[in-house]
Design a protein around this ligand. Structure first.
Ligand code: ZN
Length: 499
């Protein structure tokens, strides 16, 4: 082991311990804390957060980091050092004055966004957005290098290797294949009845079912817990304490089911990190897109698969015998796969979801190419929704203002959601070649699937990039054609089988 790395380790451990405390507090605040806890709890969290930042961002650490870069390191040490360097690079290249000024701006922008959304008036948010974009463009200038320029700099923060060049191909294919597919099958939508999902489903019974379901798909409840929050999410203190939230609505049975499976996918990834990586800088999922591929693999490829639903629907009928007495497996399967082109991303179904992302991607690309004025964004947004999804937002609140992310300067973040779905389909296709996956889903035998994901994805944490994982697994790089084929096969079968 290298000497400098040994000296660096206490700093890393301290930062990890503080981050763990912050995750625990934050999860507690979201799920358990009383309503009025906010101000004092946030005060304490801000102090811990600064401590965690200072534990890594100081001259001693910087010196040790530089030394480590020139010393012989083990693979694990090297991965940790490179991760630390990434954090440094991102912050150090930007003058601290501009960085701090921007943080202040983002706080104000979020309030402006809230007000603008509330009043459905983009003009309240527009001046802030303008300034945020200006700052992001300045950040890009400071951070550009020989390989990464412009919007690619931002994309690289979330998904290394997925540049504009890769994403353009991906979204072009979606536009060419999926937009016409939607047009073709949407007039058959009336044939699919979903009304039984809106009957009365006792929340306590839904809770029991969710717990059964998470366990059924392999979430280890002896190393994790499930709680509730409006927006479901997963967090981890370390690999043996992984927590996720789901939500329950009395008259929307599928909401809890699919939130639970989705978060179980994220949570299984975190529970599968190698022992020697947990609580290090590389001890969690490698990227947002890869993480999202694991949640969507379970939510969609598995969770909305007819074979998987066989035993699951039996259990559901046992739980709600009265409410589901007249519903068949086929009815249920179709209902949870029904698509409806809508205006709101977070309500979107499997088929149309990526088109919502495409709109935002195209707009962000134009913003950073300097091709569009922020004043014109709502019009552009609405035009694209009409073109791709065949619907026009009724107002700014359900159009351009629907998501908070831009107010926090999160540009380049959304494509990961669409990539996650596409990567999931590519992995699912690969597994079909390796094992009788459909049969396994029919019997609820997840052992081989789990073992495969564990061995080829989970354990590595951030020591391998998404592209590297795919390459090592399948001897292929990212290929979106599997996703297109998956969607086409699936929706043709559901919507056209009666002809
Ligand atoms: Zn997710």
């Amino acid at each position: 082991m290298s000497k400098s790395f040994d000296l660096l380790k206490p700093y890393l451990d301290k930062s990890a311990a503080l981050d763990m405390a912050l995750s625990a507090l934050s999860f507690d605040f979201d799920t358990t804390a009383p309503k009025k806890a906010a101000s004092y709890t946030h005060q304490a969290m801000a102090i811990l957060s600064k401590e965690s930042y200072d534990a890594l961002m100081n001259n001693q650490v910087k010196e040790l980091l530089d030394k480590c870069l020139n010393e012989d390191l083990t693979t694990k040490e090297k991965a940790i050092v490179l991760e630390l360097q990434k954090i440094y690079d991102k912050l150090i290249k930007i003058p601290s004055e501009l960085y701090n000024e921007n943080r202040k701006l983002e706080r104000e922008a979020q309030l402006a966004w809230e007000e603008a959304k509330e009043k459905s008036d983009y003009s309240i948010f527009q001046p802030y957005l303008e300034k945020i974009i200006e700052n992001q463009k300045a950040f890009i200038k400071y951070r550009e290098d020989d390989q990464l320029k412009g919007y690619d700099v931002l994309l690289n923060d979330y998904e290394p290797g997925f540049t504009v060049e890769v994403l353009d191909q991906f979204f072009e294919l979606l536009k060419k294949e999926i937009v016409p597919l939607i047009e073709k099958v949407k007039n058959k939508n009336h044939k699919i009845d979903t009304s039984f999902l809106n009957r009365d489903f006792d929340i306590e019974k839904q809770r029991e079912f969710s717990s059964w379901l998470a366990n059924y798909v392999g979430f280890d409840l002896s190393r994790g817990i499930i709680k509730e929050s409006v927006h479901p999410y997963t967090t981890q203190l370390h690999k043996n304490d992984v927590r996720f939230t789901t939500h329950y609505y009395k008259n929307q049975l599928d909401s809890a089911i699919y939130s639970t499976i989705h978060e179980s996918g994220h949570a299984k990834y975190e529970q599968g990190i190698a022992d020697n990586l947990t609580l290090t800088l590389v001890g969690s999922g490698t990227s947002m897109g890869m993480h999202e591929s694991q949640s969507r693999f379970y939510e969609n490829c598995v969770g909305r698969n007819k074979n998987f639903l066989g035993p699951v629907f039996n259990k559901l009928k046992e739980t709600f015998p009265h409410q589901l007495s007249d519903v068949t497996l086929l009815d249920f399967y179709k209902a949870v796969n029904k698509f409806e082109p809508g205006r709101i991303r977070i309500e979107a179904d499997e088929l149309t979801y990526s088109l919502h992302i495409m709109v935002r991607y195209q707009i962000e690309k134009r913003i950073f190419n300097g091709e569009v004025d922020t004043v014109d964004l709502p019009t552009l947004w609405n035009q694209m929704y009409q073109e791709y999804l065949g619907v026009t937002p009724k107002n700014d609140a359900e159009g351009i203002l629907q998501d908070v992310h831009w107010s926090g300067g999160s540009f380049g973040y959304f494509p990961s959601y669409a990539l996650g779905s596409a990567i999931a389909a590519q992995i699912y296709n690969h597994l079909q070649l390796l094992m009788p996956i459909e049969e396994m889903l029919t019997t609820g035998d997840f052992d081989k699937i789990d073992e495969y994901l564990q061995t080829n994805i989970y354990q590595f944490g951030k020591t391998k990039t998404t592209q590297q994982l795919l390459k090592d697994m399948m001897n292929q790089s990212f290929d979106s054609s599997y996703y297109i084929k998956y969607l086409k096969d699936k929706y043709h079968a559901i919507y056209e089988e009666e002809e």
